[in-house]
Design a protein around this ligand. Structure first.
Ligand SMILES: Cc1ncc(COP(=O)(O)O)c(C=O)c1O
Length: 431
């Protein structure tokens, strides 16, 4: 038996990983180091989340101060704490322009947020006398975490395979077709749909730009059929799309927005749901109507303190604006990579994220192209994320234009090296 690890990694082929762990030990700005001392440009901001970059003492100090004062306490029932109260106020303030009369429900990450939104949609309709509205629609390529309902709503079949029966009142529609969404409303029954879940820009499903007018059309269909629109901004929020909650880029007003990741830049686990006042109303106004849901660490004071310090940095350093600038810089730097024979498409242009997608024929011949490219880019000091047909990037928002260029060059060079290994001719794009 090869060297073994009791740490069972998430989303990992443990048979391949064990004995080959990449142990990250330190981070500073846009860089991280592994145990061997190798330095990497963190092209993925960990998992799309370290928006303010690594090694921010300000967040560490805020967390330490909060832990000395009150590290942890439940917020169930009437209990509360100041960091949770003030963070909810702050987030509601950011959300006011995109959600009417917002309330904030906290959990510990994106998966919690999604299952909270899904259960709340059903619970809301039960509370207002429409208990048959239980159906939840997601989109192909959508990723909504790995909790029970999120697994069922998500549109990446590999994540559902072998997981047993999924929630029967969930379906997916093609990610880019309003006709298909409308047909699904009709098929399910117009009075039966509780909510539609959509990432404004699909992340883990391969970075897919939203077609012009799509989200506005989705919001209009939800309104017409009386269903709630849940915008999953777990990746997109807190600057990744250049605004607080991403949806303002598309002029839509969802009923709920799920968030996580960038709210603390991943320094501590935190996520939640921005809920429109009308959805909160039965629970706030009618005595005895409860949402019997929440986690031990909902509204955790130390996590909320980390969020405040992180949001201070985003505000002070103008990182929303920087996110907006980066979308152009990333698109420009990565566009030449499309010249490689191995590359089918460079998906970028909205948000500080992008994906280099491999040519379908080349991928059919070599399904491990994303994994090979990850390894070759790592050898060149850049971390990318292999996913589906592509490698993705979503750097910290503190990355400079020069560093974006370096990342693009290293990835272009990595793709050329992979092509050479496979004995394929390729123009050395992006080098
Ligand atoms: C759009 C989206 N929703 C939900 C999630 C789940 O978040 P978490 O991994 O914090 O549970 C993710 C995670 O990547 C995500 O990208």
């Amino acid at each position: 038996m090869s060297s073994d690890t009791p740490f069972w990694h998430p989303f990992a082929d443990m048979a391949a990983v064990r004995g080959h762990e990449i142990v990250i030990t330190r981070g500073e700005g846009v860089h991280v180091w592994d145990e061997s001392g190798a330095k990497y440009l963190d092209g993925t901001a960990s998992l799309w989340c370290v928006n303010v970059g690594h090694g921010r003492d300000e967040i560490v100090d805020a967390v330490a101060a909060q832990m000395r004062e009150l590290a942890s306490y439940s917020a169930f029932g009437a209990f509360s704490n100041r960091p949770a109260e003030t963070l909810a106020e702050r987030l509601a303030g950011y959300a006011e322009s995109v959600v009417d009369d917002p309330r904030i429900f906290f959990g510990l990450g994106g998966g919690d947020a999604i299952d909270t939104a899904a259960k709340l949609a059903r619970r809301y309709f039960a509370a207002i006398g429409q208990p048959d509205r239980v159906h939840l629609i997601g989109r192909a390529q959508g990723y909504h975490g790995t909790h029970g309902l999120g697994t069922s709503i998500g549109g990446i079949p590999a994540n559902q395979a072998g997981m047993g029966p999924l929630d029967p009142d969930t379906t997916q529609v093609p990610w880019d077709s309003l006709e298909a969404l409308e047909a699904e409303f009709e098929r399910v029954g117009p009075q039966r749909v509780a909510a539609v879940f959509a990432e404004p820009v699909i992340g883990a499903g391969g970075v897919h730009r939203v077609p012009p007018g799509y989200l506005q059309g989705l919001a209009a269909l939800c309104e017409r059929y009386g269903a709630l629109f849940v915008a999953d901004a777990v990746i997109n929020a807190f600057g990744r799309l250049g605004t607080w909650f991403a949806v303002d880029r598309f002029d839509v007003r969802p009923d709920m927005i799920t968030f996580a990741k960038g709210v603390t830049s991943g320094y501590l686990p935190l996520g939640g749901v921005v809920v429109a006042g009308r959805v909160a109303e039965p629970f706030y106004e009618q005595g005895g109507v409860w949402f019997r849901h929440g986690q031990t660490y909902s509204g955790h004071p130390t996590c909320c303190a980390a969020a405040h310090a992180n949001l201070d940095i985003i505000e002070r350093e103008g990182l929303l604006v920087r996110g907006r600038e980066l979308e152009g810089e990333i698109a420009e730097a990565f566009a030449p990579l499309a010249d490689s024979d191995l590359v089918g498409d460079v998906r970028s242009g909205i948000g500080a994220l992008g994906a280099v997608a491999f040519d379908a024929g080349a991928l059919a011949e070599h399904p491990d192209l994303p994994a090979r490219t990850f390894a070759a880019a790592r050898e060149r000091g850049v971390l990318v994320r292999p996913l589906g047909d592509a490698v993705a990037i979503s750097p910290p928002l503190v990355i400079t234009q020069a560093q974006v260029g370096q990342a693009a060059a290293a990835i272009g060079d990595a793709i050329s090296a992979v092509a050479a290994d496979l004995g394929r001719a390729t123009s050395a794009a992006g080098a």
